[in-house]
Design a protein around this ligand. Structure first.
Ligand code: PEP
Ligand code: MN
Length: 294
């Protein structure tokens, strides 16, 4: 029936193409666009290309020295994008909330000095212009994946959006949130698996790696994996990063700190500088095995 109508429609004058949609999400689907999307950044780097994107940096910007020591090191070790939170979504109102505008300024300064693009989180629609002024990529965190006013507004911004999966969101819900951004005009969306809540308590979250090949079939958008928030445990970052690359992820996002035991946020899941270098070296053969580079 659907096919009949499509055939009739496609023969009509003025109809360029008829697309049969079987999913609720449309613009982000493979049916709409068969070719995988990649996102070119100002420095020429391309997310979703043969080269695996490695985003690295501290959970939160704490001060200039911490950020600069960390960023110079991860750049030399091969990271292609810098991360660092200036606005931190914390479970407790008494925890460190981030350096806010001062943190954004430091991020943009270190981005300029290293020539690397910067990704940082924006938590509410009113902050979008401010954050976009200092950052190259805007992150929507897990707690905001279904903040629809925020999604609609970043859909109108000329910056790529790193959309993290809600901690209790299904894959369909993640793709529909991406659809909000794309349907509002911004097609530069990068999906990010960061673990979901399950009954398991030994890890902070449960890393749902099956999302990677599944999303690759359903959507043309690039997808990266954040093993730091997914596991909450430093010793699990390296094996899960390798597994993510082996599963076909376009990149990984890793929390790194010059002194993880004294980090203000997420120290337990942050790699030390030397552990990050080791990870980068060990990712090379895994990436090659699946036809990618690091
Ligand atoms: C983060 O990347 O710093 C962060 C807060 O992640 P998530 O939203 O996945 O918890
Ligand atoms: Mn964190």
């Amino acid at each position: 029936m659907k096919v009949d109508i499509a055939n009739r429609l496609s023969g009509m004058r003025g109809i360029e193409r008829v697309i049969l949609e079987s999913n609720k999400f449309k613009l982000v689907s493979r049916e709409f666009q068969d070719k995988a999307s990649s996102i070119k950044l100002n420095n020429g780097f391309e997310i979703g290309s043969k080269k695996i994107t490695v985003i690295a940096g501290p959970c939160a910007v704490e001060n200039q020295k911490q950020l600069f020591d960390c960023v110079h090191f991860v750049k030399n070790a091969g990271a292609s994008i810098i991360r660092g939170g200036a606005f931190k979504p914390r479970t407790s109102p008494y925890s460190f909330q981030g350096m806010e505008k001062k943190g954004l300024k430091l991020l943009s300064l270190v981005g300029e000095k290293t020539g690397l693009p910067v990704v940082t989180e924006v938590m509410c629609p009113e902050d979008i212009d401010l954050v976009a002024n200092y950052a190259d990529i805007l992150q929507i965190g897990t707690r905001n994946m279904q903040n629809f006013p925020l999604l609609k507004k970043v859909g109108k911004v000329n910056r790529p959006i790193l959309l993290k999966r809600g901690m209790s969101a299904t894959i369909e819900e993640l793709l529909l949130s991406a659809e909000y951004i794309v349907s509002n005009g911004n097609s530069k969306v990068i999906l990010c698996e960061r673990g979901i809540r399950t009954f398991e308590k030994m890890t902070r979250n449960t890393l749902d790696l099956s999302i990677v090949p599944l999303v690759k079939n359903l959507s043309h958008l690039p997808i990266i994996v954040d093993p730091s928030h997914a596991t909450g445990k430093r010793e699990l970052i390296e094996p899960m990063s390798k597994a993510a690359v082996a599963a076909g992820a376009d990149g990984i996002m890793i929390e790194v700190h010059p002194n993880p035991d004294n980090a203000l946020v997420d120290g337990k899941q942050s790699l030390s500088l030397t552990d990050f270098s080791k990870l980068m070296r060990e990712l090379i053969p895994v990436a090659r095995a699946v036809g990618r580079d690091v």
